[in-house]
Design a protein around this ligand. Structure first.
Ligand code: C5P
Length: 219
């Protein structure tokens, strides 16, 4: 096999936003399009991997050769990912997971009242942190969307979550979410590399090449 390729490896990828229900008809979500994660999934499949894509609600088409599992909430994404992580060689977390969910979502539509309601939020589990804690577990890659001090915050996150690699991008002011061109600052324990600016599809391929190199260098 070509060095850096992912032939024979099982790669689990999370992508897209999550939806956290408020009641039967309302939810909390975010602006993630899923495009970066789906581009990474397509690139991993092209690199020869067996790819399982755990996808939050998005309009993205399933890339050829990719097995897709659709989820809505962070809780569902956590369960779908953790049940398959130990059997995977790499886990790449590109999903924009909601940090919080509504403590007690109503099972019917909440009616408008004289006093505005307040929502009690409780923390969601950190999916990639839990994956990184698996003993002899998969090679873990996270993403970090930052508005400032991108590299410093990403390196803190790499260490804090116990990841093998992290891909950081600057968001805000026409960068990151809902745009097609992007730049990634990719960090690992002993190095870093900038890729881009380029369209997310090319970025996905370049990122998979780099992940493949680091994966093979450490295993
Ligand atoms: O802590 P922060 O949300 O900035 O970390 C981003 C990284 O962690 C991304 O890779 C994201 O997919 C992952 N993450 C996760 N589960 C969460 C929150 C973030 O897997 N609950």
């Amino acid at each position: 096999t070509v060095p850096g390729a992912l032939t024979g490896q099982t790669v689990l990828i999370t992508a897209g936003p999550t939806r956290e229900p408020i009641d039967a008809v309302r939810f909390i979500a975010n602006r993630s399009s899923g495009r970066m994660g789906f581009a990474v999934a397509a690139a991993a499949a092209d690199a020869g991997a067996q790819v399982i894509l755990i996808a939050g609600p998005t309009a993205q088409p399933t890339p050829p050769g990719v097995t897709r599992i659709d989820v809505e909430t962070a809780t569902d994404m956590h369960a779908a990912t953790l049940s398959r992580a130990a059997d995977s060689d790499l886990v790449i977390a590109a999903a924009a997971v909601a940090d919080y969910r509504v403590a007690r979502p109503a099972d019917r539509k909440v009616r408008k009242a004289d006093t505005p309601p307040s929502l009690e939020l409780i923390p969601n589990p950190d999916i990639i942190r839990d994956v990184a804690e698996i003993v002899d577990g998969p090679f873990t890659v996270g993403f970090a969307a930052e508005t400032h001090e991108v590299t410093d915050h990403a390196r803190d996150k790499l260490t804090d979550k116990g990841l093998d690699m992290i891909a950081a991008n600057q968001v805000g002011e026409g960068r990151g979410f809902e745009v097609s061109e992007n730049t990634l600052e990719v960090l690992w324990r002993t190095g870093q590399q900038t890729i881009g600016p380029m369209p997310k599809e090319r970025l996905g391929r370049a990122l998979i090449t780099l992940i493949g190199e680091r994966f093979h260098a450490t295993r």
